[in-house]
Ligand binder design. Structure first.
Ligand SMILES: O=C(O)CCC(=O)C(=O)O
Ligand SMILES: [Fe+2]
Length: 222
């Protein structure tokens, strides 16, 4: 018997896979529309709504480990870490594992792990301009964002703005959080922000990591 999932189209458009690697090399970021399979987007979107209804989302903070604290003036989303608890999550994470292999083969990045969370931005929420990783503590190497919102209206707000790596005031792309769109960028060098959203906004933010544990000091994944 063939499992239904084997008959599905690929979770990520294979053509986009190739473009993504080139774009990362050339400019440090990539954005593609219609990259994530639409049935998968729907399933993941349903899941984040169920999690919200079950009150299973946590207010997101900034900083990691013991430096973690809530700052609604900096970021206003609520999150839930993916843990392979559903078919949809497994399919998304398997696709990211494949992407990790392509990135390692093409770019010799030595990525060894991927972590990702659902993010739910209620109306009015935003995430101020930031970097996902700090140079010298190269834990998060490549950031990914998958968007899950069907029929995002043109006045919905909530775009992710990508800035130039050498000039954090120069906008280079504005990403509408429409279902199927996939963005990817270098975590240490690409400043980005989420503009205030006018309606609830769902996405999956994830990071390919390198092991940054040193001298017996554990680098916490989250
Ligand atoms: O949802 C997005 O568009 C980006 C989120 C983000 O920058 C983050 O979670 O670090
Ligand atoms: Fe970010």
């Amino acid at each position: 018997m063939i499992a239904l999932s084997e008959l599905d189209s690929p979770a990520l458009d294979p053509q986009a896979h190739l473009e993504l690697v080139d774009a990362l090399v050339e400019q440090g970021w990539y954005v593609g529309k219609g990259v994530i399979d639409s049935a998968l987007c729907q399933a993941l979107h349903r899941e984040i709504h169920q999690l919200a209804e079950l009150d299973a989302l946590d207010e997101a903070g900034i900083g990691r480990g013991q430096q973690h604290h809530l700052r609604k003036d900096i970021r206003g989303d609520a999150i839930h870490w993916l843990d392979r608890e559903s078919d949809a999550q497994r399919r998304y994470l398997d696709a990211m594992a494949e992407l990790q292999q392509s990135l390692n083969q093409a770019l010799f990045l030595g990525l060894f792990e991927y972590e990702a969370h659902f993010a739910h931005y209620p109306a009015g929420a935003f995430y101020q301009r930031h970097l996902d990783s700090f140079r010298g503590r190269a834990n998060r190497v490549i950031s990914t964002v998958g968007y899950l919102n069907p029929d995002w209206p043109s006045d919905g707000g909530g775009e992710m703005v990508i800035y130039h790596p050498d000039d954090p005031t120069l906008e280079v792309a504005r990403v509408v959080p429409e279902a199927g769109t996939f963005a990817c960028f270098l975590s240490e060098t690409i400043p980005h922000e989420v503009l205030p959203t006018r309606q609830p906004r769902a996405s999956i933010a994830g990071w390919f990591r390198r092991n940054a544990s040193m001298g017996g000091v554990l680098d916490p994944a989250r």
